[in-house]
Design a protein around this ligand. Structure first.
Ligand code: 2RA
Length: 331
């Protein structure tokens, strides 16, 4: 049994951590919940037991915490993950703060579980839209080789937290946006996170850099356009892939079907394809609209949908923690 801490326990992902830990019967002995000063004293339920949220301080990482799941933003992770690590805690961090550090593994358990041994106390959970995208890319790369990837994303407002949901719900009533620079109701914004000097957004650069790191293909040609859409939960990604080798589309579909964590939903004769509403509350990555891209020699198009708060954040983080239990705590 493991002593676990959740940092950012009262946030959307933090609360989902608790839900997933319970659903998957994670072997928890002691549970500690930490959040900012304003959430101190809040009560959260885990396995029918009430826990009191404590204020996160530099003394929070008691000696008996073994694994800490962080989802409290990059600043908190930057400051407190090293403190936790110095107290012998293994941190699984959902923020982007540590993802591109050489000595921090960036893990999607179905794709690169072997990386679990390569940490120095901090492990990073990838960006939600990256997680759902690398699942199909992994089997395709292993079997056919991938030359180039073009991402176009359609991302739910919950990716921005409660503020995103509020802008949508209030926006449909005519209120002006607070979280986004333009109304998100009845609209779509080609702008997620901040713009970088190269004209890309930080979200687009996350998808590019994280895909290359997770697939261990530093020179892979990847580009991305990430778009916010007026949907509450569920990110969708159109993925165009240029392969090294020729392929039979049915073989490619079978390889995807047989890959852990993937569900195929693809029958256009019955209007069957994954949608954001369908994936809400699920942990699998759903793939449809699989079709040859005839504009290049060996090309394929995929439509990939997943719950951005579950598989895109909380579930993937808990699955990484399960790898840790298997690797270090299964005495
Ligand atoms: C978003 N992927 O959707 C980013 C962070 N969660 O806003």
């Amino acid at each position: 049994m493991i002593n676990v801490a959740i940092v950012g326990a009262t946030g959307m992902v933090g609360r989902t951590f608790l839900k997933i830990l319970e659903e998957r019967d994670f072997p928890i002995d002691k549970l500690y919940l930490f959040a900012s000063k304003k959430s101190k004293g809040n009560k959260l339920i885990f396995k029918n037991k009430e826990y009191t949220v404590e204020e996160l301080t530099e003394d929070s990482f008691r000696k008996d915490i073994q694994i800490a799941l962080f989802s409290a933003g990059g600043e908190i992770s930057k400051k407190f993950a090293p403190i936790a690590k110095d107290n012998g805690v293994i941190v699984v961090d959902n923020s982007s703060a540590w993802r591109m550090y050489e000595d921090v593994p960036l893990i999607v358990p179905e794709v690169n579980p072997e990386e679990i041994k390569n940490h120095n106390g901090i492990i990073a959970n990838p960006n939600c839209s990256t997680i759902q995208s690398v699942l199909p890319l992994k089997p395709i790369d292993d079997i056919y080789g991938i030359k180039r990837v073009i991402y176009s994303t359609y991302q739910a407002v919950s990716g921005s937290g409660l503020g995103g949901i509020k802008d949508l719900e209030e926006g449909v009533k005519g209120s002006s946006p607070k979280k986004y620079p333009h109304p998100i109701a009845y609209n779509c914004l080609p702008h997620i996170d901040v713009f970088m000097d190269n004209g890309y957004t930080k979200e687009e650069m996350k998808m590019i850099n994280e895909t290359q790191k997770i697939l261990n293909k530093k020179d892979l040609a990847v580009t991305a356009t990430t778009v916010r859409i007026p949907v509450r939960y569920g990110h969708c990604v159109s993925i165009n892939i240029e392969l090294e080798k020729d392929f039979e589309i049915n073989d490619l579909v079978n390889h995807l079907m047989n890959f852990e964590g993937i569900k195929i939903m693809d029958d256009i004769s019955q209007n069957i394809y994954p949608t954001a509403l369908h994936v809400e509350g699920k942990d699998e990555v759903y793939i449809g609209r699989i079709r040859i891209d005839y504009s290049v020699k060996h090309g394929v198009n995929l439509w990939v949908a997943a719950d951005n708060i579950r598989k895109g954040a909380a579930t993937n983080t808990v699955q990484i923690a399960e790898l840790l239990v298997k690797e270090y705590f299964n005495n």
